[in-house]
Design a protein around this ligand. Sequence first.
Ligand SMILES: [Cu+2]
Length: 263
Amino acid sequence: MAIEVSTPENSQAPSAKWWKKADVKQTLLLWIILTPIIGYVGSEVQVRSMGAPASEVMASVKSLMRIFTWAVSPVAALVAAMALTTLMSKRHYGDMPPEDADHQIRNSPRASATWLVVSTLLCLFALIAGLVVQQKDSKSILDAKAMNINVTGQQWIWNFDYPGKGVRSEVLYLPVDKPVIFHITSKDVNHSFWIVQMGIKMDANPGYITEAAVTPNKIGVFDIRCAELCGLLHAYMQTKVHVVSQADYDAWLADRAALEGAA
Ligand SMILES: [Cu+2]
């Protein structure tokens, strides 16, 4: 006659603490390993691919991207750790999962509450940090010394008008360290005016004028692209901005004005 005896060992087995289980330990170990890897690779790869910043706004945008990537790397690493552990686990077949596959963390109100609080804090942090950088973005727009440039997008070129100077150009010239306000519109479809290394990106919509402002703080040649899918040659809708000294800028403007006057 077989009598089932409940021993301390087998009565404890099903209710063993979830964090003592092998797959949970493996997940935690992978989480600790993957967090710095994802944080470092994620932030360095994307930030370095954008080139050196050519404005204060871009410098802030880059540090914001770094901070955001590090802030979300534990979340990404936890998902990756769970996925890897699942892929490496032994499979079982049939409708009844083995006893030790049942984790008490499932349906745990405490786990749900913790995640709710953590994700709320992460979202709040992203919102506040983003707003702080956006404030810097709009600083140049209030500057009384700022110069104005009209930007017109059309399939698939950019035109720049210098009001009062009688100059129109497909390449942008700007004097260094001088705030500039762009008044942006489009002749046909929606475009987006993007100066990559200055961290400025603003929609160019037909029938509307949108504004963006920046103070370029570095002499050099930088990229202007369209950041809104606008048709067949959207990928080629790009030009350059030359940031030069005030003297070079004045000389260029005088040359262009003389050229257009003669034409
Ligand atoms: Cu486009």
